[in-house]
Ligand binder design. Structure first.
Ligand SMILES: Cc1cc2nc3c(=O)[nH]c(=O)nc-3n(C[C@H](O)[C@H](O)[C@H](O)COP(=O)(O)OP(=O)(O)OC[C@H]3O[C@@H](n4cnc5c(N)ncnc54)[C@H](O)[C@@H]3O)c2cc1C
Length: 292
């Protein structure tokens, strides 16, 4: 939507193609950190963006799921799941992604009722409440450190014998007295009452199932970028994120740009995705002008 605003205002002949308009943002019932918007939910934020794009000469194609994007004879062909084809001189991929699920009982039932996947977004909602973070990589450890600013006690559950985070973050974890790390801890269930989380069960090294009394569970076990559409066409990193030039958002394939959660740009947040997409649209405009 953000790139649509910029590309539309540059009078590019542009279409926004989406499996579902709004992505992860539209699903968030509360939104506190998009500058300039107070008391707005994700759906309303997206509606505002759509209104802004609708005033411009930008086509919408949705629902339209891209199956493949590839260069063909000097242009790019985008093929849909139903084998419809679009052609473009430049493509911006902003297909986002999704947090990896733990797939344990209670996870789905208590999502947004104490279970969350985004500490940056939700940590302040857990002031004064005991919380747990599942995942001992960089995301999980950083989430625990952030939560320790709000929670009186944070359990950090890691399934292995030592944290996978980088050394500096591990040192910070050791120094933070509010964080208790539970090693070899396999989360088996998230439990609750009255539609709110009130605990988490895990099995320890010996296989014994233990229960923690917590009001918030932050799941940080990885992120799955939706980058399969360009597999083998543009370079991706070990996590499947599309690698981009930070100045122009150009991928390894000239003419294909990428922005937002699907890329290797850190900090998966809406305002960052929007800013990156604006930058990518401007860079695409400049690149197209240079191709004439
Ligand atoms: C639980 C949760 C809470 C969050 N809370 C906040 C918050 O409070 N504040 C904040 O800033 N961020 C928050 N985030 C992060 C934020 O939602 C993302 O950073 C942001 O949505 C990324 O935007 P994006 O456009 O890159 O990707 P997405 O929002 O994932 O959008 C991707 C779009 O691409 C479409 N798409 C995907 N594949 C295809 C395909 N093959 N063909 C066609 N279309 C396709 C999708 O339908 C969708 O429209 C939260 C995330 C989660 C999971």
């Amino acid at each position: 939507m953000s790139s649509g605003i910029y590309a539309g205002r540059k009078k590019l002949n542009v279409a926004i193609v989406a499996a579902e308009i709004g992505g992860q943002t539209a699903l968030q019932p509360e939104f506190y950190n998009y500058p300039g918007f107070v008391d707005v939910d994700g759906y309303k934020l997206i509606q505002n963006m759509k209104k802004q794009v609708s005033g411009l000469a930008v086509d919408f194609k949705d629902p339209w799921t891209a199956k493949r994007i590839e260069p063909v004879d000097g242009i790019f062909r985008i093929t849909s799941a139903t084998d419809e084809a679009l052609e473009a001189r430049a493509v911006l991929i902003a297909t986002g992604g999704k947090p990896r699920r733990l797939n344990v009982p209670g996870e789905e039932a208590y999502e947004n009722k104490g279970v969350t996947y985004c500490a940056t977004c939700d940590a302040p909602l857990f002031g004064g409440k005991i919380t747990a973070v599942v995942g001992g990589g960089n995301t999980g450890t950083e989430a625990a450190l952030l939560l320790a600013k709000y929670s009186p006690k944070v359990y950090l559950l890691h399934r292995g014998p030592e944290l996978k985070a980088d050394a500096i973050t591990r040192e910070q974890i050791e120094k933070e007295s509010k964080i208790e790390v539970l090693y070899n801890a396999i989360t088996t269930e998230i439990i609750g009452e009255n539609n709110r989380v009130n605990g988490l069960r895990y099995s320890d090294k010996s296989g014994e199932v233990r229960t923690l009394v917590v009001e918030g569970v932050f799941l940080a076990i990885g992120f799955l970028p939706n980058s399969a559409v360009v597999e083998g066409v543009v370079a991706r990193n070990a996590f499947g994120e599309i690698t981009v030039d930070p100045k122009t958002n150009m991928t390894s394939q000239a003419g294909i740009f990428a922005a937002g959660d699907v890329t290797n740009i850190p900090y998966k947040q809406t305002v960052i995705a929007a800013g990156e997409a604006a930058k990518a649209a401007l860079a695409a405009h400049q690149w197209l002008a240079g191709q004439k």
